[in-house]
Design a protein around this ligand. Structure first.
Ligand code: NAI
Ligand code: MG
Length: 510
């Protein structure tokens, strides 16, 4: 319990007590005086089968080679379920089903009818939102607060949004005749499993394509729940197919000759492999890859708001966010104050059980990712950076990492240049806007960025000069289905979301 009481009383010059603003001595006891009682979300009513098959041609089907792999709950390391390991035979069956559905059903259905199915899917996501949020959190480790309030509602919103385009495509591309691309192979990562599925499947279906989707191997569960939704919505067989497995399954999908388009979200490394294998083919592709987002705080920014924004930018979803604000660039005059407040705010973050509604930072998605983050923390220390970790207590099981910052880093440090994909922030200072912009642009990535200032002119000037697909001003990590998202440089090719997100799924005739 803090000694501080509700109001801050300081002594005025004449010695009499004088109330001050509640923030004046924010020595940052934010929530130190509050002890939260556990508030676990119950998973008792959630059905998780012992085993899940592929979803091909409207049915749950055994994998040809009859091999399965396990997915764990990274917060407990307990096995959640088994999933079919997709081989090239399974991928072939799924592509054949998607082709048949494309030719016979989906591409000839009117936009209005397609829209009805997509609206129905959106509503069913809402109806099953609690179940989807809980399973997303159990399979991937993200806090229930986020899966409940961000991932699942946004996934539904993307389906609603693209459902609305299905019968209006000719207005989306005035003067052109949009035709669907055909069968789309879609490969998604583990950081936003259901949300990334919705970014991929919703625009594809709206534009008249059929899909074969491969979820990530550590988080396939919500994709199979989504398959149940497609079945229950009466979606024609073969329009959506889900094949589970790891990288080899993804590669089989990329290499399949009858796939017309590949959409991939994941690491830049795998994105490059995919780009190489697609070179010389007629397949269309879009790639949403890594990032190293600069979050620029000018000295005229409202500091307390900026601190909240910096926290949200890097610690949202344990930092497993391609657009995370993982590089803080703070103007020298306010650096000391801001870093002090940031450390105090970090100390108040609750790291732990992802199913607890109070939890701010859940489990690291996998042992592999956990080890990668640990490795980067070591690299940062060896590079001579100053290191601070929150005083948060960690659970004894599972993969957890304390919120971490590095100060005194330089632009060439690996922890500044490379994507860590964990709750690790590097902090650099700058003196002039020009210096901030140069530092912001000096990495191989260009996905997302943030700017904090009181001046609109600075927002525009910085926004013009920082090469990133998205720039948030005085906020961070906000998503909306109407807004396009995607990167420059090694962050990828193509846009998802909004009208722009339809382009990869249509060919434009005259
Ligand atoms: P990854 O890029 O290997 O995985 C993403 C998806 O691609 C998964 O579904 C995976 O099974 C599939 N895949 C893997 N190899 C493939 C191949 N050769 N052909 C086709 N599909 C393939 O990412 P991973 O290994 O899970 O994470 C490694 C690092 O990548 C992370 O530490 C993080 O830095 C970064 N990453 C970035 C993401 C982003 O959204 N920017 C998402 C996931 C990871
Ligand atoms: Mg898992």
């Amino acid at each position: 319990m803090s000694e501080k009481t509700g109001t801050n009383i300081t002594k005025a010059a004449n010695g009499s007590p004088k109330p001050s603003s509640p923030n004046s001595d924010l020595k940052n006891e934010f929530a130190a005086f509050l002890n939260y009682a556990p508030a676990p979300e119950s998973s008792e009513h959630i059905e998780i089968k012992d085993r899940y098959q592929h979803f091909i041609d409207g049915d749950f089907t055994e994998p040809v080679k009859n091999r399965y792999f396990k997915s764990i709950n990274p917060a407990t390391e307990a096995v959640l379920s088994e999933f079919a390991e997709g081989t090239s035979e399974d991928v072939d069956a799924a592509v054949k089903a998607a082709r048949k559905a494309y030719d016979k059903q989906w591409s000839v259905l009117s936009g209005k009818e397609r829209g009805k199915y997509i609206f129905r899917i959106a509503r069913m996501i809402q109806e099953r939102s609690r179940e989807l949020a809980i399973t997303e959190t159990m399979d991937g480790g993200k806090p229930i607060r986020e899966s409940r309030d961000v991932d699942v509602p946004l996934a539904a919103a993307y389906f609603f949004y693209y459902a609305g385009w299905a019968d209006k495509l000719k207005y989306a591309f005035p003067g052109k005749t949009p035709v669907p691309v055909g069968v789309c192979g879609q490969i998604i990562p583990w950081n936003f499993p259901l949300l990334m599925l919705s970014w991929k499947i919703a625009p594809a279906l709206a534009a008249g394509n059929t899909v074969v989707l491969k979820p990530a191997e550590t988080t396939p569960l919500t994709a199979l729940k989504f398959a149940e939704i497609c079945r229950d919505a009466g979606l024609p067989k073969g329009v959506v197919n889900i094949v589970t497995g790891a990288g080899q399954t993804g590669a089989a999908l990329v290499d399949h000759p009858d796939v017309d388009k590949i959409a991939f979200t994941g690491s830049t490394e795998v994105g490059k492999i995919i780009q190489k294998s697609l070179a010389g083919t007629s397949k269309k592709y879009s790639l949403e890859l890594g990032g190293k987002g600069p979050n620029i705080v000018y000295d005229d920014a409202p500091v307390d708001q900026a601190v909240e924004g910096v926290i949200n930018a890097i610690f949202f979803n344990q930092g497993h966010v391609c657009c995370a604000g993982s590089r803080l660039l703070v103007q020298e005059g306010i650096a000391e104050k801001l870093i002090e407040k940031l450390k105090a705010r970090m100390d108040s973050l609750i790291v732990g059980d992802p199913l607890d509604k109070n939890t701010d930072i859940g489990a690291i998605n996998s042992k592999m990712q956990f080890e990668k983050i640990e490795k980067y923390i070591e690299i940062g220390k060896n590079e001579g950076a100053e290191f601070y970790q929150s005083s948060s207590e960690l659970p004894s099981n599972g993969f957890f990492c304390k919120p971490t910052i590095f100060t005194g880093v330089s632009q060439s440090n690996r922890i500044v240049q490379e994507e860590i994909f964990g709750p690790v922030l590097t902090i650099q200072t700058f003196r002039t806007p020009q210096e901030a912009i140069e530092k912001a642009n000096n990495t191989p990535y260009g996905l997302a960025s943030g700017v904090w200032t009181d001046k609109g002119s600075k927002i525009f000037e910085t926004g013009k000069s920082v090469r990133s697909g998205v720039m948030w001003s005085n906020t961070y990590n906000k998503f909306d289905p109407t807004s396009p998202f995607g990167g420059y440089k090694e962050s990828g090719i193509g846009r998802e979301g909004g009208l722009h997100g339809l382009y990869p799924y249509v060919n434009l005739g005259h």
